[in-house]
Design a protein around this ligand. Structure first.
Ligand SMILES: [Zn+2]
Length: 427
């Protein structure tokens, strides 16, 4: 969990840099891409549709400064831009609908992990805004020696003996994952459930561990589907991300660090499979606003996801299982966190250990006061009402008080601003 937390810290730090410059909205992406025969250069033609123009302000897109740009146009006219580290700054003309076109080339060696060209948002391989959810179409051509992997629907695939052409369509995209790997790199497994396809791509040859990931994730997936709501994307893909020591969910796609797969059968390490699976609903079904976020952001996203995992185990194995997990979290807090520099109120909103240990305990107190049915209805409502949207704490709270009393919510907020185990649970 600390590793999950560490990644988030890096992402959160990156976000504060660009605060206050948000002005427009990206509605959709179309990326036409081709990998050269040597597998070294990936040419990208990007069409980005924009809405909500405000021509008085500078727009800043995130985009890696190591990527050379050949041309940028807006509604057909070449436009100038300025680069500032990983920011791409424009002054755009006034428009109602904007079509921004980029042509650029990625040197794939800069984006490789082991032999995999791993393109994910954190690597800033496409121009984007934080807290922006858009639809996407990716048309990709790779030489015969490669396969491609992405989220959403694979709407087409052609192979002419020399090149493979892929067509990926995603309605709700925020992470834009795209992996290109040599054909011998991954072995795959597929599961079907309620018309949804779960795809797994492992580099590890340890089938016992791979099977454990498949089994655990499918169980968690079924639970969330019934308990929270129907899974919307047509596919859900798990993929091993070589050389990375974290796991991360993005819409329809979970990145798995090799160490996590290696540890999946250890009783205290299997948590991540369920946790990342539930993030498909919380954080990637509806999205939590991270930009100018509230002090409770990590509680509403990370602690809630972790508590959902516990509720799933409670429903599968009984109340004693949940009680034992909450007790264990309190023991971890008392033994390893209390009095250390990690001992902060959850509202400090740092990616600290407290978010994952005491956060679920606070959610348990809240759920106890609301009652099981109302708590479930609240979670269901958030997902059904805000699927594909980014919500802030004000919206989250507004929904919560429809199912919980104002008194409960105020008490919850008080807990989040104090250190330690909540008094209600101390006994
Ligand atoms: Zn998480």
């Amino acid at each position: 969990m600390k590793k999950l937390a560490l990644l988030s810290m890096i992402l959160l730090c990156a976000m504060t840099v660009v605060a206050g410059e948000r002005w427009t909205e990206i509605v959709s992406y179309r990326l036409d891409m081709r990998l050269d025969s040597a597998g070294r250069l990936l040419n990208v033609q990007a069409l980005i549709r924009l809405a909500k123009d405000d021509s008085t302000k500078t727009v800043r897109l995130n985009f890696a400064d190591i990527i050379p740009i050949h041309k940028v146009t807006c509604n057909g006219d070449t436009i100038g831009y300025r680069r500032s580290q990983d920011g791409l700054l424009f002054q755009l003309p006034a428009f109602r609908k904007g079509e921004l076109r980029f042509n650029y080339t990625l040197e794939t060696d800069s984006f490789k992990s082991d032999r995999v060209i791993a393109l994910v948002r954190a690597r800033k391989w496409f121009p984007y805004l934080y807290d922006n959810v858009a639809s996407s179409k990716i048309n990709l051509t790779v030489p015969a020696g490669y396969y491609a992997y992405s989220s959403g629907k694979q709407s087409g695939y052609e192979f002419d003996g020399t090149n493979r052409q892929y067509h990926f369509r995603v309605k709700v995209n925020a992470g834009m994952p795209l992996f290109i790997a040599p054909v011998d790199y991954y072995t795959s497994q597929t599961q079907q459930w309620k018309g949804r396809q779960l795809n797994y791509f492992f580099h590890t040859t340890d089938t016992t561990k791979a099977n454990a990931v498949v089994r655990e994730s499918l169980q968690a997936f079924r639970f969330a589907y019934k308990f929270i709501g129907k899974y919307r994307p047509p596919t859900f893909t798990f993929i091993e991300f070589p050389g990375f020591d974290f796991c991360q969910s993005m819409p329809g796609f979970v990145l798995m660090g090799p160490e996590y797969i290696a540890d999946v059968n250890k009783p205290d390490k299997r948590y991540w499979v369920g946790h990342e699976t539930f993030h498909q609903w919380v954080g990637n079904g509806y999205f939590t606003r991270l930009y100018n976020h509230s002090p409770y952001t990590r509680f509403t996203e990370e602690s809630l996801t972790e508590y959902l995992r516990m509720v799933y185990l409670q429903k599968s194995f009984g109340d004693d299982t949940l009680k034992a997990m909450l007790r264990e979290n309190c023991r971890i807090y008392n033994t390893y966190i209390k009095g250390t520099e990690e001992d902060l109120p959850i509202a400090a909103n740092r990616p600290n250990w407290v978010t994952y240990t005491l956060g679920p305990v606070i959610w348990h107190v809240v759920r106890g006061e609301m009652g099981d049915k109302k708590w479930q209805k609240f979670i269901q409502k958030l997902y059904s009402k805000y699927y594909g949207k980014v919500i802030d704490y004000a919206v989250f709270r507004e929904q919560l008080v429809k199912f919980a009393s104002e008194e409960t919510v105020i008490k919850m907020e008080k807990c989040l601003n104090e250190k330690g185990i909540p008094a209600e649970f101390a006994e």
